[in-house]
Design a protein around this ligand. Sequence first.
Ligand SMILES: Cc1ncc(COP(=O)(O)O)c(C=O)c1O
Length: 453
Amino acid sequence: VTAIAEKVDVQSIKERARKHLWMPFTQMSDVIADDGPRVIVRAEGSYLYDLEGRRYIDGVSALEAMVAGHGRQELAEAALRQYEQVAFIDLFRYASLPQIELAAKLAEITPESLSVVVFTPGGGEAVEVAIKIARQYHYMRGDVSRYKVITRHGAYHGSNYGAMTVDGNYHATRNYIFQPESFGRIAPAPPIPCGVDHARQIEETILRENPDTVSAVHLDPMNTAIRVAIPDDEFLPALREVCDKYGVLLIDDEIITGFGRTGKMFACQHSGVVPDMMTLSKGLSSGYIPIGATVVKQEIADAFLGGAEKMFRHGHTYGGHPVACAVALENIRLIERDGLPERAAESGRYLLEQLQGLGGHHPCVGGVRGKGMLLGLELVLDKVTGETTNPPGKIALTFRLACRDLGLILLPVHPGNVMLIAPPLNMPRAEIDELIAIIDQALLLTEKLYGLI
Ligand SMILES: Cc1ncc(COP(=O)(O)O)c(C=O)c1O
């Protein structure tokens, strides 16, 4: 990497990035002022290396995607093999082998009765597909007024217009600019601890909106984007009952939690609940290639059979790209072969214990939560009252930059002061220890800056 830095003109590359790149959810003037962006030129296992020779632990699996870690040769080879056979064929008129095989594999590994797959280019599109299927499903049954989708305050489900309507005032999306009226209806954020009471809160929201107008509840079962408020195993079964009571579909967004992240292949399997639809992306290909999927219950898919008026009129040119499907298939083979869900459960327990240990003596740690390799660390100014900075993202920024400068990449989630820790599932123990040591140091630096020690 140092050799790369010597050979290229680092400043000219960064200058071109600042001039021509518009980065998502990024105030570009901050990037310009900070002499950014950091340019990643190599990745291996849990490590990222930048243009200037710095090394980082990837503590969030590159936006929670790299469940199988960086640099997996097998996935590159799977892509190459498919490129040599059929590089691309659209699914509108024909099918190719990896598309069929992947759909069958997803039907096999998701809960029984989820058995038909719509492919999309990414996660937000899979969310939109689920919402549209829910709406049309009710419509075809004569329930034409069921159009609202219940989400929770703080949730994030995508940036495209349709998916954004079920973002629950996520701290970074500022939905109000784009949609004075939306079909998303916002239930309260999950409390901590989160259990049956939260299912009641969602029920109250359904009742307030009038159940006859509600199409679906859309949620991420581990509340990742909302303070990582991990629910107990009673929550989802209680919510399933609520949905059934009012004829509302349950859409389980496993875009972050799927493919072993929480210690089971899918998070809903912790409580044995079968949703009506599941949305997938990220870990589906371990981030090696863009792909998303909506897996649909057989009886819902069956309702769309017969006659042009029942057709699901939706499609993306690159939904289920054959190369993406081939990579995803190989990725699932690796996840199963290497027992990554089990490894996530074991490493996650260790990581949680270590973080709880740090929480015991660091005054700015307000709480630590986690399930498998999906953990949250809450940063506060006062451990007892839970008071934090205003805005909450202020303390997180201090901490995040301290981590970055010490060689660890983490990500804040709603309401801004909760750091998400979600490393690759196969991260070795020694690297987990290194991650913990950096967090320890970064907490110390943060506490000094805020006068807490
Ligand atoms: C739970 C959840 N749903 C949906 C999405 C949207 O996925 P994408 O960024 O691929 O559109 C995300 C992205 O972070 C997510 O975390």
